[in-house]
Each structure stands twice: as C-alpha cells, then as structure tokens.
Design a protein around this ligand. Structure first.
Ligand SMILES: [Fe+2]
Ligand SMILES: [Fe+2]
Ligand SMILES: [Fe+2]
Length: 420
C-alpha cells in the first residue's frame, strides 16, 4: 500500500521547548519586518518599492501570525510574543533607520531575509518532520514565499541608480555586523523566552513625513489636471491617475497607522497589513488601467490630500476618517463606476471596480478597531464621529482653495462640467 509517511524520519534536533523558542523569535522578526516596511511606505519615494513592500509585508504578517499561533501548540499557554533577545531587537531597530531606498532594500533583501531563509532551511532540515510536521510545513511555505521575496527585492535594488546603491554600502555593513551579533536565527540557545510586552517590544517610532514621498515621475499640483479634459477618454485617464495615487496615499496612511501603534493588539496589525496590501493592489489596478488608456503615472499632477490631511489627525479621528468616513462614502461611487462601465461595455473598468468594492467592505469593517479603542463606549464613539466631521468641515472652510480639500475628490467641479 502507498504510505505517504514512509520517507519521514522519526528523530529531530529540537524538542518542544526549543522549537517554541525558535518559533517565538521567527514571529518577532517577521512582525518587525512587516512593521518597518509599513512605516517606510510614506517615506521612500519609489512607486514600485511601495508596491513591492506592500505585498511583502502582507505576506510577512501571515508568516508572523502563523508562528504566533504555532506557539500555543508548542505548550506555551497563550498567544503571546516572547522577547527575541537583545541582539535581535537591535538588528530590527537598525532596519528602521535605513537612510534610503537602496539601504532599506539591501538590508532587508541581501542581509536579513537571506539569513531568515537560511534559518528556516536549517530548522526544516533538522526538525522531526513527522512529530513536528506542523512546524515543518509552515517552514516550507515560508521558505517559498521568502525566496520569491528576495528575488523580487534584489531585482528592485538592482534597478536603482548605481550611485544610490554604492552610497548604501556603509549602512549595509552595519546591518551585516548586527546580523553577526545575532548569530544563527535557528539557534535556540540565543533566543530568550521571557514573555514580551508585545510583538514589537523595544522598537521606536520615527516621525511621520507630513507629505508622502513620490519619485521623480510625479509632480505635486493643486488639482488633478492642469486643464479641463478634452474628451471622455482624457477624463477617464485623469480619474485613473487620481485614483491610482489616492489608493497609494491610503496605503501610505495605513502604513503609518500600523507602524505608529506597537501598543495595539497583534490582530490590529494583521488587519492593517491586509488593508494596506489591498490599497497597493488598487493603486496598481488603476495604474494598469491608466496605461491601457495610453497614459502613464506622472502625466497629471498629484495632490497629497488623502495622506497629508489625515496624517495630522490623532489616532481615533484618523481611524474614523479613513475607515468609517472615507471608505464608507467611497463605496457607492465604486458601484456607480462599475455600472457605468458595464453599460458602455468597458469590461476592464467594470471588473476592476467590482473587486475594489468587494475589498472595501472589510476596510470599513476595520473601523471596529475604533470601537475597541474606545472600549465600546457608544457616547465616546459618537463624540469622535462628530469631531471628525467638525474638524474636516472647519478645515474645508478655512482652506477653500487648498489642494488638500479639492484632493478629496481630486476633481474640481469645473473640470467635470467642462468634460461634459
Ligand atoms: Fe516573511
Ligand atoms: Fe482602495
Ligand atoms: Fe480601502
């Protein structure tokens, strides 16, 4: 009879306690890689880097989440992170200080992730594949993801100007030294097992840029077009350009919401990572549609409002303004875009908006973190709701011609009227 398990050896190098220590450290490393990348999104200018980081940090949130869940199986009594040990904490803090795009990519994809893959590979080769098949299985999946990530991250690094890559070398050497100080990530003797104050214990928060960075293709403007669109096709280009950029601004804001709140529960970070990845995909969807229409990123001005206005709000008001105001108010538009596109036979735009709309449902639902934050106090929730609307109304009154205000729709009415 065929025996699936015939080839599995019985012995393995790590018992339950040592496996738990390693799994706890993997959680910390993956969680912090997710968080640091989220924080970088608004700071680093390259559009393609934002796209790559958004996809990878979502994958890392899943890896980190799976490790945290596995910890309970391994006789640890609750789903709680353990301290990773001081050298690992220092290494992850150093990543956060990457002085630019090339430095960040070199540190993550040439230093840290290859070592993480090496640890996963060594652990998988050494562990008991039958007795510890759940860990063996998770390691295998994470290795596949991480190897793909490293290929993509290095390809992006290689596509940056040589001068930037050269300038990043001294910082990369510091990261390499910090990695050496950690030693093998798959050595349980170097992993601590004290329960930590959270998945990001000991990590600092860098200040937020007031405006999200854009690369040289883009130019900031006061409105989404320099002149009224000549015809319906140009209006469609303008809208796709605006929406690509606005979706990226949402991703960048979510990156900060994820990054700035290490004190929030782990599940909050997983939710934010997923929404961030969705917003990045939405940005790329509108970008591809724009290109299909014959235009490209940078053909129109961009307005920073979707990020720049909200980054100035405190945490509860930002949560309300993004998840419960912006996401919710935008949903009927997506259905309308889909129906109009169906009516005129534009299958691409119809399908795009259909899926974007489906994604927005959980994004509104993420507003439940505001209720959690306010301890389910209905009165406090209503107050934040009222204040969020008042703050925006006051801002709009005081800045009638401010691009941040017109940016909210991106299209001033006169432009739309002229397009007929
Ligand atoms: Fe990962
Ligand atoms: Fe979106
Ligand atoms: Fe959204």
């Amino acid at each position: 009879m065929y025996d699936l398990y015939a080839g599995y050896r019985l012995i393995g190098a790590f018992d339950v306690a040592r496996t738990a220590r390693l799994v706890a450290r993997y959680h910390y490393v993956e969680a912090q890689l997710m968080r640091v990348a989220a924080g970088k999104l608004a700071e680093l200018p390259e559009w393609e880097l934002k796209c790559l980081a958004g996809r990878h940090l979502w994958q890392d949130s899943l890896h980190a989440d799976a490790w945290l869940t596995r910890l309970i199986d391994l006789r640890w009594p609750r789903r709680a992170p353990l301290s990773p040990g001081e050298p690992t904490r220092r290494l992850m803090a150093l990543l956060d200080d990457a002085p630019g795009s090339a430095a960040f990519l070199a540190a993550v994809y040439r230093q840290v992730k290859p070592r993480l893959i090496a640890a996963y590979t060594a652990h998988r080769a050494a562990c008991a594949p039958l007795a510890d098949e759940p860990t063996w299985e998770l390691l295998g999946r994470a290795i596949v993801d991480e190897e793909e990530q490293v290929r993509q991250g290095l390809a992006l690094l290689e596509s940056l100007p040589a001068t930037e890559r050269t300038a990043a070398r001294p910082y990369e050497a510091l990261v390499a030294d910090a990695c050496e100080a950690v030693g093998s990530l798959a050595d349980p003797a170097t992993a601590a097992e004290r329960e930590a104050d959270g998945s990001f214990e000991g990590q600092a928060v860098r200040p937020a840029p007031p405006v999200a960075a854009r690369d040289a293709r883009f130019r900031l403007g006061e409105r989404a077009a320099d002149r009224p669109p000549a015809d319906a096709r140009e209006l469609a280009m303008l809208m796709a350009h605006r929406d690509a950029d606005n979706e990226m601004h949402a991703a960048e804001l979510l990156g900060r919401s994820l990054y700035e709140h290490p004190e929030m529960p782990w599940e909050y970070h997983v939710d934010m990572a997923r929404q961030l990845w969705d917003e990045v995909r939405h940005a790329v969807l509108y970008q591809r549609y724009l290109e299909q229409l014959g235009a490209r990123l940078g053909d129109f001005p961009v307005i920073p409002g979707n990020y720049a206005y909200r980054i100035g709000l405190d945490f509860p008001h930002r949560l309300y303004d993004l998840h419960l105001r912006g996401e919710k108010l935008g949903m009927p538009d997506l259905i309308r875009y889909r129906e109009e596109a169906r009516a005129r036979g534009d299958a691409h735009y119809a399908l795009l908006n259909d899926f974007v709309h489906a994604d927005e449902v959980p994004h509104v639902k993420n507003g439940r973190w505001l209720r959690w934050l306010l301890k389910d106090d209905e009165e406090a929730f209503r107050r934040v709701e009222r204040e969020t609307m008042q703050i925006r109304a006051a801002y709009e009154r005081a800045h009638a011609n401010d691009p941040i205000v017109t940016a909210y729709t991106g299209l001033v009415p006169s432009l739309l009227d002229d397009a007929g």
